[in-house]
Design a protein around this ligand. Sequence first.
Ligand code: PXL
Length: 276
Amino acid sequence: MKRIVTIQDVSCVGKCSLTVALPIISAEGVEAAVIPTAVLSTHTMFKNFTFHDLTGEIKPIMNHWKQEGFTFDGIYTGYLGSFEQLDLAASLFEQFGKNSTILVDPCMADNGALYVGFDQKFADSMAKLCGKADIICPNLTEASYLLHQPYVASGYDETYVQETLQKLTDLGSNIAVLTGISLEPGKLGIYAYNKQENKYFQYYSEELPQHFHGTGDIWASSFFGALIRDKGMEESLRIATDYVCECIRVTLQEPDHNTYGVNFEQAIPYLVKRLG
Ligand code: PXL
């Protein structure tokens, strides 16, 4: 059985980070090991969230794993809350990443703005961590902070997307995937670039009338689980994009759905079926 380790926070309510990565990667038939970086009552889009830092646990966890000789097929970083956690993620790559695929999802911004607590200096350090990954998957806002380029919400063209992808791989990863790309009304999806092969790949599904928080984490978890299950790069990109679309579809069918996340749970049977 394949095994992924993912390092990110536990937002107790909020349908993001570990509360989505664990069930999704598990549902895909891949063992999910975790390094929880902090416990928050909710994610940081809520007011008055509580926060308990677990940075001090990370090194001891890695040391124990080293003694046990654990290895991982995939390493996946999500939301990281401090410069020290970025350094510890880099140390995780050094110690356990020799024979594994590394995905950095530079969770730090959306809709043109950084999340609470982050600044450009943090984005610059995140760019360095991106350089140590095999694959990175920013949205357009994160890409703009990683590259110091203005955020363009819409009206961009394919050349802009391709140039942005090239600059993202210049940070150091072989593959960059831009999420939340729309080049045609009614279609939303991803645009990917493989630097070694100098090859682009794009895939879209239907753009539904509402956007939800937390879909980036659902996309990254389902993409990486599928990739580590050997579904191949292009098929894994399709699976994740279609799964997020299905999650939103299921959510919108529920009249009193919550506004902070999607019903990814009720779309898990769809995901399992897609994996075959
Ligand atoms: O990746 C989303 C996310 C994860 N964890 C925390 C967050 C957010 C987004 O706001 O605040 C703590």
